[in-house]
Design a protein around this ligand. Sequence first.
Ligand code: GLY
Length: 576
Amino acid sequence: MYARLPALLCAAALLAATPPTAPEWHSAPPARAPHAMIATEQHYATQAGLRILERGGNAVDAAVAVAYALAVVDPCCGNIGGGGFMLVRMHDGRERFIDFREKAPLRANPHMYLDAKGNVIPGASTKGYLAVGVPGTVMGMERARAEFGTLPRAVLMAPAIALADRGFTVEPGDAAIFAASQSEGDSGAYTFAKQPNIRSIFMRNGTLPQSGSVLAQPQLGATLALIAKDGAQAFYRGPIAREVVAASQRNGGILTLDDFSKYTVDERAPLHCTYRGYTIASAPPPSSGGTTLCETLGVTSGFPLGQWGWHSVKSVHYVVEAERRTYADRNTYLADPAFVRNPVAQLLSPEYEAKLRGEISAGKATPSVDVKPGLGPLAHENADTTHFSIVDRWGNAVAVTFTINDLFGAGVIAGNTGFFLNDEMDDFTSKPGVPNMFGLVQGVRNDIEPGKRPLSSMTPTILTKNGQLFMVTGSPGGSRIITIALSTIQNVVDYGMNVQQAVNAPRIHMQWLPDEVQYEPGALSASTMETLRGMGYTFREIHSWGSAQAVLVDPQSGVRYGGTDRRHPSGLAAGY
Ligand code: GLY
């Protein structure tokens, strides 16, 4: 459909995709460029990547430059104090999934967030040094650069260092993120004022960065310069590791120098599935992203969503019921493959997907309490994020999602390092049956063990058709990351939206527990909600819906289209 009519929509698709009162999100055009395209949630980072592409770097070079730039200009989420995943597809078809997810410290244990009565201690896994997993971003970028990059590290890091040293102008979208962190309680900027090293950077004039002000981060600039000079060595075996460990030990954390020197990045085969003629490459465990995305696509592939229409009663019912079941599986079965055997092949088998499809009642919601993880018990075994998408002039594609988890992570910066540390430990199961910060009710397979990576929802994804690159996508959004990727793909493939409409369209989400459909204002008409209520659904309005960043390559012309999420006004999709 899109393949035949690149930037426009054919009449049938337009009918399916156009909501009753075509709102603003529907009319924004995608960015368009003949050679290359980058979509990120911060315009300085997009421009840093573009400069690298324009001087001859490839998509991986640009990804490294963007990642370090985001660590400066998107400090809530872009990072060197966290971890993530990079999915690479080179123009010759080679694919790599680089796993630089954080690991639990070697002194971690399954009960570390429980009090003497066995109850979860509020905030222990989200705030302060005990919440911090061993960061992976610097080693991940070094691995990507060494394997696929063509330009020296210092060149790729120069834009980030300049942005940190000279500062950048804060725009309303950036200021809004700082302001939002105020309501995050103790896990966000609320604590800035109490910590002199954070206050001196982010509240220099007594307030959080305001629109129009210039935010310089010389401490972070010095840290990045060290990494530019000495590489991962500086971070994992040098002064940066020493400063983080010392601060952790002074403040009730358990990080040791061993955690840093023993940290490793893993390379894995991307996870694959097909959907309506497209081949999808996405994130394998320790992310649940690819598995749950593919399982949900597999179940919904049996339904004519395009014919039923975007967010019609029938489409919502069948997609939500699929999500209810696939998230039950996600929360129960998936975890770090170094510690458990993930039943991915079973979950993605056509027979299993058909079984789940068959369990959905026409015209009636299934209460989550009646939905059990579909594979039954398995045999005993021994065992706020950011995304960017890049396509270069050769057709190499990179999808990166990386995170410090909560907005501004654990809310701590070690000494003069200048970067926020993650609170990724909250992605583990602190106690089976007790929801984490995203409301995910997870099982024992994702419990805390030394050196284990917490289960993630990050879903960097690349679509191809007949061997040709088609789309690169992903988003932040906690547990909603997977359904954001799902809707972005279905908005293009099933409903014929262009890539900007696809990332802009209001969203819905269901994750098994809590038993509610979460929706964004504008996602469902009043009459659709009323009919769905009559079928047994309850709804909750949610205002935080990630930030999808996607690039689409028109199969006929090769033109690159970029979509940057309207929810992050500082974002930019741009190319040349
Ligand atoms: N920290 C969010 C995730 O990895 O799913």
